[in-house]
Design a protein around this ligand. Structure first.
Ligand SMILES: Cc1cc2nc3c(=O)[nH]c(=O)nc-3n(C[C@H](O)[C@H](O)[C@H](O)COP(=O)(O)OP(=O)(O)OC[C@H]3O[C@@H](n4cnc5c(N)ncnc54)[C@H](O)[C@@H]3O)c2cc1C
Length: 705
């Protein structure tokens, strides 16, 4: 268990020692706790029940528990002492808008979400694939609403508990690996997960409805404009969101959470052009069980002018993105997307091509990727931007949605602090909305811009990777055949290795100081620990590619390439008995003779042609047994009677290719597929059940020592 692993790691105490003492934490959390009106205990007790049990934000003057929550219009104030609750209009019910709505509703604000197209929430929207929610955003979510966070933990698929990183697109070799697990655990943050956007939005929308009823999210409201003014009855400043059909929604604050093509932003700063990233993105999801799913979470395959991302998304499904450099607005003839993708990525590693082959044509979507230059004005009077409307970035860092969640957290925190101050001033004091919005903007601008910059950098690096000298050099392309490592690749790798831990710390932990202002205790969840391998081996797999390869619960398979060679050889042992040629540790022979374990009925094969076997370390080898025509690996003839190590994607040819040799590709196959399973049916084990509501707010593993 991670707990015991942590306890045993004397040299790397991780979460066990780096997190702050509960007393310190409590002191730092004071302000937010006061702002939520019921103290930390109240927030935790709210978490232990449904979202509806939350105490409203009512200022220090109103710290008694209140019966929660009718729609808080009748409640004492989240707008300052004895003021009606602040009425917040949120344009856009995407990730950012809904997280903000949950956070504000829990603290007693009066919220209305105006959504242009509810199908986006119900999941019928086109691009609602899975999304990675990283440690920074999960912690913010947890601090806003532990009940919502727990549902995300239960529904999501942890990828941060495994090795992730960048690979060479063609060979599949690791370029650099990321450890997102230990930085998270060391900082007392939840470990990164992937969750379906549909599920995430449903969880958030459910929480909103549980807090304030069905009318909290209004559908088919296309907000196109806003006006600011003063309510003639009360004299209070107001803002009105105006829908395309003329409907008007008035409140004290308008949040533009309406995404990259935001109308609120257009009104605020005038229309601006989105930047085309120069990449179109094909995306798909398929039932697929990669051979190394137990040890690898997600991978980015690098190339020149193209790159590919694959990620386990749970439920037996893999999500992938294929990016290709080309002009915007390209289209594919009907039914031809897969073909196009095979043209682009067909000669890449089998990790890539297997996924493409396994994806039904109709599951493949295509969109052009846009971003917007960082902006430094997010607020205009009582109107403010949040999420993509303020900082749409490239998707490469998987942080766009996470930044929207951080934004939402910051805005809730700041509104609560200001409500607290107003309450302290006494009856009649009003919450200074404009000050809050400007403060929120100042706090968020730098972090959002730096993550935006890193996302752009990540995109640049992923798409300008050149494995060998000569690549992209036009007339000098022939140089690639010498396989001289490209200097850019080598230098890039050195720089990335040196800077990666710091970068990871900034991305995942850069928001921690703000999180410390709440009563969320730094903690690790037992359920976050690696399930597919002993935790102690994590650092070994980070360093040693071979050890990681051997750790896959995979059988090695020879997939026929030559037409007619329709039989797969499973280079496997006991597990496959009776299902495929079983090879003992001593190995199996290949050849024409009847005594061979695998008979090759081809003139190119010698009677005893070659031998396949596994060495003590677990690697697979092939030895040519002095065959007449030879055995070839990747076009190179093997020295007879000398073992040669096999690697995934190697191509074997028994006999000369020119003389009709039988060709096979070396592949790995997840064990479950040999044991009667089918692609998509394998569920990674969860040895520890998700933490119960009752324990969610408590540090586990003795983390906060
Ligand atoms: C291929 C790809 C992969 C990505 N992967 C990740 C990832 O793994 N992790 C991550 O954190 N981020 C990821 N992102 C980025 C992420 O999708 C966005 O940053 C995130 O969705 C932004 O959330 P938002 O709430 O600001 O905007 P959105 O999610 O775009 O929501 C905006 C909402 O506003 C509504 N709306 C729009 N206009 C109006 C209007 N005029 N009136 C009313 N409603 C309106 C829309 O219907 C929508 O529901 C990815 C992006 C892409 C393109």
């Amino acid at each position: 268990m991670l707990g015991s692993a942590c306890a045993q790691r004397a040299a790397a105490p991780a979460a066990c020692s780096t997190v702050r003492a509960p007393q310190q934490q409590q002191a730092a959390a004071l302000a937010f706790r006061r702002a939520v009106g019921g103290g930390g205990a109240a927030l935790r007790s709210a978490a232990a029940g449904s979202s509806t049990a939350a105490p409203p934000c009512r200022g220090a003057a109103c710290t008694q528990a209140v019966a929660a929550p009718e729609r808080p219009t009748q409640q004492p104030s989240a707008g300052g002492s004895e003021q009606p609750p602040l009425k917040v209009i949120i344009a856009g019910g995407g990730i950012g808008g809904l997280v903000l709505a949950v956070g504000l509703l829990k603290r007693g604000f009066d919220v209305t979400v105006l959504e242009r197209d509810m199908t986006a929430i119900r999941g019928e929207g086109k691009y609602r694939g899975p999304i990675q929610i990283q440690s920074n955003a999960l912690a913010a979510l947890e601090a806003l609403d532990t009940h919502v966070a727990q549902r995300v933990y239960e529904e999501g698929c942890i990828t941060g508990d495994r090795i992730n990183g960048l690979c060479d697109g063609v060979t599949g070799d690791w370029y650099i690996k990321f450890d997102t697990f230990h930085p998270a655990v060391d900082m007392g943050l939840p470990v990164t997960r992937v969750i379906s956007r549909i599920t995430l939005q449903e969880i958030l929308a459910d929480a909103c409805r549980a807090l304030a009823g069905d009318s909290i999210i209004l559908n088919s409201v296309n907000v196109v404009d806003y006006e600011q003014g003063v309510d003639p009855k009360t004299g209070r400043k107001i803002v009105t969101a105006i829908a395309q059909d003329g409907r008007r929604f008035t409140g004290n604050l308008l949040v533009g959470a309406d995404g990259i093509w935001s109308k609120i932003r257009d009104k605020m700063i005038g229309p601006t052009k989105a930047n085309y990233s120069e990449y179109t993105c094909y995306t798909g999801i398929s039932d697929f069980t990669p051979a190394d799913i137990d040890v690898v979470g997600y991978r980015v395959f690098l190339g020149n002018g193209r790159y590919f991302v694959s990620s386990d998304v749970g439920g037996g499904k893999m999500q992938w993105y294929g990016f290709n450099k080309e002009p915007a607005n390209g289209t594919d003839p009907p039914g031809k997307r897969k073909e196009r993708l095979m043209e682009i990525f067909g000669d890449w590693s089998h990790h890539v091509t297997d996924l493409l082959k396994a994806t039904p044509e109709e599951e493949i979507l295509r969109r052009d990727i846009y971003e917007r230059a960082p902006m430094f004005k997010w607020a205009d009077g009582r109107v403010v931007l949040l999420g993509d409307s303020a900082h749409a970035m490239q998707p490469n860092l998987g942080q766009g949605g996470c930044m929207a969640i951080e934004d939402a957290y910051q805005l809730v925190l700041d509104l609560c602090h200001e409500a607290d101050k107003a309450a302290e001033k006494g009856p009649g004091a009003e919450l200074d909305v404009e000050r809050v919005l400007n403060g929120y903007m100042r706090k968020r601008v730098v972090r959002a811009a730096s993550i935006h910059g890193m996302a752009g950098m990540a995109a640049y690096m992923a798409s300008t990777y050149k494995a060998y000298l000569g690549e992209g050099l036009g007339p000098l392309e022939w140089l690639t055949k010498f396989k001289i490592p490209h200097p850019g690749r080598v230098i890039g790798q050195i720089i990335m290795k040196a800077t990666m831990p710091g970068t990871m710390g900034r991305v995942l932990g850069g928001f921690r100081r703000t999180l410390d202002q709440t009563d969320r205790l730094p903690m690790c969840h037992l359920a976050d620990q690696p399930q597919g391998f002993p935790h102690d081996l994590f650092p070994v797999y980070m360093e040693d590619d071979d050890a990681l390869l051997r750790a896959s619960h995979a059988a090695w398979v020879l997939e026929p390439v030559t037409a007619g060679a329709n039989r797969e050889l499973h280079l496997e042992f006991e597990a496959t008995k009776g299902q495929s040629p079983v090879i003992s540790r001593q190995g199996m022979t290949v050849g024409r003779a009847a005594a061979c374990d695998l008979r090759l009925d081809a003139p190119s094969a010698s009677d005893r042609h070659a031998r396949l076997h596994q060495c003590e370390a677990g690697d697979y080898h092939i030895t040519d047994l002095g065959s007449q025509q030879g055995t070839y690996v990747n076009g190179k003839r093997l020295v007879p009677n000398t073992p040669h190590r096999l690697l995934p994607s190697d191509e074997l040819c028994f006999g000369s290719n020119d003389l009709g040799g039988k060709r096979f590709k070396v592949k790995m196959m997840h064990r479950s597929l040999l044991e009667g399973g089918r692609h998509g049916s394998y569920e990674r084990p969860r040895s520890v059940p998700p933490p119960s509501d009752a324990t969610m707010g408590q540090p586990q593993l003795g983390a906060a020592q």
